[in-house]
Design a protein around this ligand. Structure first.
Ligand code: 4AD
Ligand code: MG
Length: 486
């Protein structure tokens, strides 16, 4: 007999058929009703045991967390809460779970506690739902780009470059830490190391994606990226997954259009394919926010996703954003931790959230940031921005950040500097040795074209779609400062 998944069984119930189900016990009530979950759906199947005709010692082994196999007849359920159930003909415990030791009992556990048992938290409704949605989002990303004729490129994980120039890299070496070879000047001699040079885990696949885009036209990467930034926030991971499309001949506006279309597509994909999990997650958020005052509660999850999928994002320049912020209430009343005094400072998350959640109440795309606060590869704008009264402006770059409600920055991207002379000057200004990026410069020497791309933090998108509030809860095994368990 073949095993049927609970998802398949509930989708196409064949009343009266003999059915084999395998899964894990969620609860066992009244020595009679086993709720079995096999991960294929948020829903359990209820198996009804005729306990008077079963071996008592075997029944005792049916405990929360145990793995079981059940063969039974599928019938319409008498009870409420489920449409069909299995009348058990035979059952077998495949793997016991000692109730005195099994940490996941059928009660509400805090997300903090569940992080400590991340190896088992897949077995909860919340993490089952989050991981099924996460999978659907991975699939949606690939489908979106494939349908548009993009090619997926695997960029290297070990690199010698710092694409973002922020110096937040994890070193890769085979040296013995206590006994690394030194050169005559007494410095560690990386020529002796495995790759013959200093290497690190990649912070971004962008630079290599650009090389591919300048031949294949439209490409995207979807890979792990690593940042050794000591940010212990609900939005930062040391290891996260990033989607980075790169398109030849696209300018900043094409880039914004692509990013907005992609985000909407993925959100719509979740709405279409994850209905039951989203309904569960929505209930979870509502429950969680019950203790909050009305005006601090978020929009109902499915409503929020529909809103984002159906409405245009706001687009405005950094300069206009600064103008809004410096005249805003929290700035005038000195409520911001970082007050906006003039043009040029980087925006903090409090400013981003004000723009998105209070001022526009919509996703916002900010463009044309000051050149000094953005990476070396961004295209220098041809003209200075128009200054507002009392504002001193400087050169800007064709950058774009997409800010989402409850998340802050979800996408960072730009048009790339395609002019060799300008790029060389930028590299010099940023103290990047030319011999480190000779291959990158070559693409500007041979058949250079305007091109653009962006990076979408995959976990931030999953955070938004699931309504979860801590990024550690939307990746199976989070890597954060002082934490690499499992
Ligand atoms: O803005 P970032 O640093 O941009 C880049 O890496 C560019 N090379 C992308 C490109 O143009 N191809 O990162 C892009 C996105 C951010 O907007 C954010 O969503 C996410 O990656 N991100 C993080 N997500 C989780 N944890 C972190 N520590 C993150 N740092 C960035
Ligand atoms: Mg950024």
């Amino acid at each position: 007999m073949k095993r049927v998944t609970v998802a398949a069984l509930l989708k196409n119930p064949e009343i009266g058929s003999e059915t084999l189900v395998r899964g894990w016990v969620r609860t066992f009530r009244s020595n009679r009703f086993i709720a079995i979950n096999d991960g294929s759906t948020i829903n359990n199947i209820q198996a009804v045991v005729d306990f008077e005709n079963e071996d008592e010692n075997e029944l005792k082994r049916i405990t929360t967390g145990a793995a079981v196999e059940v063969i039974g007849e599928l019938v319409e359920s008498q009870g409420k809460g489920q449409s069909v159930e299995l009348v058990v003909k035979s059952f077998k415990v495949i793997g016991d779970a000692d109730p005195d030791e099994y940490p996941l009992q059928p009660k509400k556990h805090s997300l903090e506690f569940l992080r400590e048992i991340a190896h088992l938290r897949f077995r909860t409704n919340t993490f089952g739902a989050v991981n099924r949605v996460r999978h659907a989002m991975i699939f949606a990303v690939h489908k979106f780009f494939n349908d548009k004729g993009f090619y997926n490129i695997h960029t290297p994980i070990v690199t010698g470059s710092d694409a973002e120039g922020a110096g937040e890299m994890f070193r890769v070496t085979t040296f013995d830490l206590d006994n690394a070879p030194k050169n005559e000047a007494g410095e560690i001699d990386f020529k002796e190391d495995f790759f013959g040079k200093e290497t690190n885990l990649t912070v971004s696949g962008q630079l290599e994606a650009e090389l591919a885009a300048l031949a294949l036209g439209q490409v995207y990467t979807f890979g792990p990226t690593f940042r050794a930034e000591n940010s212990n926030t609900t939005r930062h991971l040391a290891e996260f997954w990033m989607i980075e499309p790169e398109v030849a001949f696209n300018d900043l506006h094409d880039n914004m259009d692509l990013a907005e279309e992609m985000l909407k597509y993925c959100v719509q994909y979740a709405l279409d394919h994850c209905k039951e999990d989203l309904a569960f997650l929505s209930q979870r958020v509502t429950e969680e926010e019950k203790s909050k005052p009305q005006d601090q509660r978020s929009m109902e999850l499915v409503e929020k996703l529909k809103f984002v999928a159906d409405n245009d994002f706001v687009r405005l320049t950094y300069t206009d954003a600064i103008d809004i912020l410096r005249n805003s209430k929290p700035n005038k009343k000195k409520k911001f931790n970082y007050l906006i005094e003039g043009w040029g400072a980087d925006l903090q998350s409090e400013h981003e959230r004000f723009l998105v959640e209070k001022h526009f109440k919509k996703p916002v795309i900010l463009t044309n940031y000051p050149a000094t606060i953005k990476a070396f590869y961004m295209r220098q704008d041809d003209e200075l921005p128009e200054a507002k009264p009392g504002m001193e402006v400087g050169p800007t770059v064709s950058a774009m950040d997409i800010l989402f409600p409850g998340i802050g920055e979800i996408v960072g991207g730009s048009q790339r500097e395609e002019r060799l002379d300008v790029l060389k000057q930028k590299i010099a200004d940023f103290n990047i040795p030319e011999e480190h990026v000779w291959w990158y410069l070559d693409t500007r020497k041979f058949g250079s074209v305007p091109h653009s791309g962006f990076g979408l933090g995959f976990e931030r998108m999953v955070l938004f779609v699931t309504g979860m509030t801590n990024i550690r809860d939307v990746i199976p095994f989070p890597r954060t400062p002082k934490n690499a368990e499992f």
